[in-house]
Design a protein around this ligand. Structure first.
Ligand SMILES: *Cc1c(COP(=O)(O)O)cnc(C)c1O
Length: 383
């Protein structure tokens, strides 16, 4: 006999998923209805309106793709790239590298603009001459905890004659995104980072210009499942069946977006700022180093160096087993060298910050790495 499901209770402070609020889980447990039921169609329209507010856009083609954030990335690239197109990608971590790989698989001639991990890309480095179809960047690089300022990028994209494509997976709902103000043509996100919803949907938005590029394709979109010219007809006025919408996950996203707007975007961003400030103060008081320069740090995700002689796996295991607390390990250049602590959505609270600092201090202290100072006092001083 297989025992009934009984997942442990965790405090999720990794790079996603983040803690999900009970109201979102309850929304997902409501009765499933048909994907063309008038009640569902109304919910779809409300959801799209809320997504536009979060993205800061008037884009008609704004909807949640079925699949996680990576499905959003793939959707942006396969709909806009045709074989032979030149695509410039800013790569400063895992997710920029992934965009480059997806674009290559779609047949693009990819030019990667590399920057050392833990730093933002200098916009001037993206001025690589000659026409490009797309300029792709990651707004919030979750593998390094680095924020890429979007403000200067429209001008660079214009020089290249390119559409500006932005990964907003870790920024949406935690940092201002403002697609229209920054002249972004295509952007995608995910539900399990700052939206605090279970993973499974990928909010996406295409500008009029991006839609024109899609319409003018010489070849059909290589992926039938992710073809936005077809999916747009289901989410638009025609309501034409393409694939069955994931009904209950969409209930969850509807509730999560409602909560974001109920809190207010500015208040939510300020909450993320305040808790990130307190976490950093606590970590530094413990004598831990934050490798990302202060001006480039991401509020939803903090990169912290693992001190010499500390066993990465042992510490994370003790946090999980003894404190029920999950933080992220390092990726790529930071594998075994840094931890990633996420304060995203419902996981960005003073309680999460304090518990995380106390747990880390406890586990490091017992492992023979006593602390330099008092992390809790340093964090409290920020509130
Ligand atoms: C998490 C993440 C992704 C991938 O999302 P999945 O939901 O894991 O598919 C892409 N880009 C960034 C910046 C991310 O943080």
């Amino acid at each position: 006999m297989v025992r009934p499901l009984d997942p442990p209770e965790r405090m999720l402070l990794g790079p996603g998923p983040s803690d999900v609020s009970p109201a979102v889980l309850q929304a997902m447990a409501r009765p499933t209805i048909g994907h063309l039921d008038p009640a569902f169609l109304q919910l779809m329209d409300e959801l799209r309106g809320m997504l536009r507010q979060l993205f800061g856009t008037r884009n008609e083609l704004t909807l949640p793709m079925s699949g996680t954030g990576s499905a959003g990335m793939e959707a942006c690239l396969v709909n806009l790239v045709e074989p032979g197109d030149r695509v410039v990608v800013g790569v400063s971590g895992v997710f920029g590298g992934r965009m480059a790989e997806v674009a290559r698989r779609a047949g693009a001639e990819v030019e990667e603009v590399q920057t050392p991990w833990g730093r933002a890309i200098d916009p001037d480095d993206l001025r690589v001459g000659g026409h490009a179809k797309l300029l792709c960047v990651v707004h919030a690089e979750t593998s390094t905890g680095v924020l890429q300022d979007l403000a200067p990028l429209r001008a660079v994209a214009d020089e290249l004659g390119a559409l500006l494509v932005v990964d907003a997976v870790t920024s949406l709902g935690g940092l201002p995104v403002e697609l229209d103000a920054h002249g972004v043509d295509a952007a995608y996100s995910g539900t399990q980072k700052c939206l605090s919803c279970p993973p499974g949907l990928a909010p996406l938005s295409f500008s009029v210009r991006a839609q024109e590029v899609l319409k003018a394709r010489r070849s059909p979109v290589q992926s039938w499942y992710l073809d936005l010219s077809l999916i747009g007809k289901y989410w638009g006025a025609e309501r034409a069946y393409h694939h069955t919408a994931p009904i209950n996950p969409i209930y969850g996203l509807h509730e999560a977006l409602r909560q974001v707007l109920d809190e207010g975007l500015e208040a939510r961003f300020e909450r993320h700022r305040r808790n990130a400030r307190a976490l950093r103060a606590g970590l530094e008081a413990m004598g831990l180093e934050l490798p990302v320069p202060a001006a480039e740090r991401l509020d939803p995700l903090t990169l912290v160096s693992i001190p010499d002689g500390v066993d990465d796996g042992r510490v994370r295991r003790a946090l999980l087993d003894e404190w029920g607390l999950e933080i992220g390990g390092g990726l790529g250049a930071f594998k075994g060298k840094a931890w990633r602590i996420g304060l995203m959505g419902a996981s960005s609270t003073r309680r999460h910050v304090t518990t995380c600092l106390a747990a880390l201090a406890d586990v490091l202290g017992r492992g023979g790495h006593p602390l330099a100072g008092d992390p809790l006092a340093a964090a409290s001083a920020q509130y």
